[in-house]
Design a binder for this molecule. Structure first.
Ligand SMILES: [Zn+2]
Length: 426
């Protein structure tokens, strides 16, 4: 367990300024004290326990157990190894023609998705309910939980692959600079100076046969990536294999976390539990270099999928209101180097989950609730695909999902809330 984060400096957010703003100037002290205090929250990185989440060793044990108890319904394959040699496993269940690919923990400090995927695999592999049978007959589900185990074991956003390791694998890249997503400073409280690494969620390219070219470095966030990491090449190979087998990958879902302190736009006392999105790239028809993907790109289908997620969580909110705090992730991103961006350009419907709080701000606090929120959303969208109901949903309902409200937290480093808040995924 690396101890890189600075000790916590917990400063409770003063409610005074909010109260002064909310109460008429002549209101007395008593009235001010009767007002509800705004919730406090901080984006300052802290060192927090995460042992309740599933680590890499436990993931291997759990996948083995799920495969055994499913009586062969869930097949677990070793897909390959990470840069540091850790196993990356894929779990496949179902015999349907509609293929759903799911990944979690590409950012190692965003861990609920792995636990939600394990629960989902366990259920679909063992349940004899009509719903589970329908999933297995209509869908082929391929899940790659903890696809970035090196970053996950470091409990940080990026892996610890060095540029020298990249050029050892790709000698023709020697002499070009590291790609722009190479961290060598401080990010989210983690000091990368002694142990640099890449945010590999910028390493994808919509051309699935792309091989890295020297002239494409260092690149920018608005350009595709390069498949320089073993982990993204593994996911690319899975995607390419499924495309060859089925003609297309119907849906790709990627599970992330965002800042801890976003609030609902109409109620700043309620934190956003989950932001979702189906839009990650500019319209390829009018984007130089991406025109060839315009024919396959289907933003409306991605919107329908997200509506299915939203509807499931709103239904669950009848019993637990926290599940209703769902917002749309910012829609002005243009990130073709993300898995979601690259696979959307290849014709898959796409869903981004951004659940509340990375480990440097929440640790394992709210783990069960947030994992449950992810599970409910996944259950909703997979059920909708399996039944075909997704095609009856309206893209216009996606546009009516409320946007994220402001981040009310004490700012993290660099005056920002996280490294992700400006046109970056959490
Ligand atoms: Zn993320």
């Amino acid at each position: 367990m690396p101890a890189r984060r600075r000790p916590a400096t917990l400063i409770a957010l003063s409610t005074l300024a909010l109260l002064v703003g909310a109460v008429p100037a002549h209101a007395g002290q008593v009235q001010a004290e009767q007002a509800l205090p705004a919730p406090t929250c901080s984006e300052k990185p802290r060192e927090l326990p995460v042992h309740e989440f599933t680590d890499h060793r436990e993931l291997g044990v759990e996948l083995d157990r799920v495969a055994r108890t499913s009586a062969g319904r869930v097949r677990v394959d070793l897909l390959g190894r990470s840069n540091r040699g850790r196993e990356i496993w894929g779990a496949r269940v179902g015999t349907g023609r509609k293929v759903v690919l799911l990944t979690s923990e590409i950012h190692g400090n965003e861990k609920t998705g792995t636990d939600a995927l394990l629960s989902l695999l366990d259920w679909v592999g063992t349940s004899d309910s009509a719903k589970a049978r329908r999933w297995r007959s209509e869908l082929t589900i391929v899940a790659v939980p903890k696809m970035n185990p090196d970053a996950a074991e470091l409990d940080r956003r990026a892996n610890d692959m060095t540029w020298d390791e990249v050029t050892a694998r790709f000698p023709h890249l020697r002499g070009s600079g590291p790609s722009w997503n190479y961290y060598t400073g401080s990010v989210q409280g983690d000091d990368y100076s002694a142990r640099p690494g890449f945010d590999i969620n910028r390493d994808y390219h919509p051309n699935l046969d792309y091989v890295p070219r020297k002239e494409d470095f260092p690149g920018t966030s608005t350009r595709p990536g390069w498949y320089i990491s073993p982990e993204t090449r593994i996911i690319r190979d899975v995607y390419r294999g499924l495309t060859a087998e089925f003609g297309k990958v119907d849906t790709y879902i990627d599970l992330h976390h965002q800042g801890a302190c976003y609030v609902m736009p109409d109620d700043h006392d309620r934190f956003v539990t989950l932001s979702i999105s189906g839009k990650f790239v500019d319209n390829p028809a009018t984007t130089p270099g991406l025109e060839e993907y315009a024919g396959k790109y289907d933003l409306d289908y991605s919107k329908r999928l997200n509506v299915a997620v939203h509807n499931a969580l709103q239904a669950a909110a009848a019993n637990r209101p926290v599940f209703g705090n769902v917002t749309l992730y910012p829609q002005d991103t243009n990130l073709p180097g993300t898995g979601l961006g690259s696979f959307a350009l290849n014709g898959s419907g796409t869903v981004l989950f951004e659940v509340r709080g990375q480990t440097q701000t929440l640790g394992q606090q709210h783990r069960a609730t947030l994992t449950r929120a992810v599970y409910i959303g996944l259950d909703g969208v997979l059920s909708s695909i399996a039944s075909g109901q997704v095609h009856q949903l309206s893209p216009a309902d996606y546009d009516r999902i409320p946007p994220r409200g402001p981040n009310i937290g004490e700012p993290g480093e660099d005056g920002g809330h996280t490294a992700d808040d400006v046109r970056e995924f959490g």
